[in-house]
Design a protein around this ligand. Structure first.
Ligand code: URA
Length: 267
């Protein structure tokens, strides 16, 4: 086909297709179907179908397959419902004091973490801290997110400060970093530093029983005090022992991202 000046006419794809192709090339952001899937809106296939059925909007515009979104800045809705808002779900960050047990009910009558947060709606701890361990514990009624976070393949980092007996030498610290043989197998490499003699900052992404205590015992420096100071993106140095607060929406989003990174493909 030619125009009146005999130049070949360039047939451009519709604007929205050009725009979709551009946004799919953006290096930042996640594909929309993945964002929906990790937030529990169904398998990726189901989420793709929802997008194709024009049920999903980004910043008020109907989204197309392949669109990338930045959940920090974009507003994503399914049938007009913001994807971050799942009705009835609550997320608490608790600073667990020493001596409190991480169970819903303790037959021995010891104080439990559920007694430190509101009774309704009922929430459950994600993972556990030993009775003697202090620090950050996530509690929620979002079973889907709890399940993802608890799955070792998702590798959400947990950071601890451990006051140990003596001051580990470089060789001992290296053993912790490289992985150490415990009775249930080798530990994955850990990030380890010694901010002051006898205090280890240890970051692991496994969640084995009494793991940090057993790692330190294995290098000959048993733990005297253990505090969890970070769960994935969550930190709060200002939260006093025994206190809790709700996560912000940005923290929930960051947690959802952390739980999907490095994990098994969702569905
Ligand atoms: N590692 C431990 O040894 N105890 C905890 O409570 C958490 C991690």
């Amino acid at each position: 086909m030619t125009d009146s000046h005999d130049h070949p006419r360039v047939v451009e794809p519709p604007l929205w297709e050009q725009w979709a192709a551009k946004s799919a090339e953006l290096p930042q952001g996640e594909r929309l179907q993945k964002v929906l899937a990790v937030r529990g809106w169904g398998s990726r296939r189901v989420c793709e179908d929802m997008i194709s059925a024009n049920r999903v909007t980004v910043n008020g515009e109907i989204a197309v397959l392949g669109r990338r979104v930045d959940t920090e800045h974009d507003t994503v809705e399914v049938d007009g419902v913001p994807i971050g808002l799942k009705p009835g779900l609550v997320y608490y960050l608790l600073n667990k004091p020493e001596g409190v047990v991480t169970t819903a009910h303790d037959p021995q009558g010891r104080p439990t973490v559920v007694q430190l947060v509101p009774e309704e709606p009922r929430v459950y701890p994600v993972g556990r801290l030993d009775q003697g361990t202090e620090g950050l514990l996530l509690m929620t009624n979002d079973g889907d997110l709890a399940h993802r976070l608890a799955h070792p393949s998702h590798g959400v980092e947990k950071e601890y400060l451990a006051e140990v007996e003596g001051a580990p030498g470089q060789g001992a610290v290296r053993r912790l970093r490289e992985g150490i043989e415990l009775e249930d197998g080798m530990t994955a490499p850990a990030k380890v530093s010694q901010p002051s003699p006898g205090v280890l900052r240890i970051t692991i992404h496994e969640g084995r029983n009494r793991q940090v205590r057993r790692m330190c015992e294995a290098i000959g420096h048993p733990v005297n005090r253990l505090v969890r100071v970070r769960i994935g993106p969550l930190r709060d140095a200002a939260l006093a022992p025994g206190k809790w607060r709700e996560l912000t929406q940005a923290e929930v989003n960051a947690l959802v991202e952390a739980a999907s990174e490095g994990g098994r493909p969702v569905a």
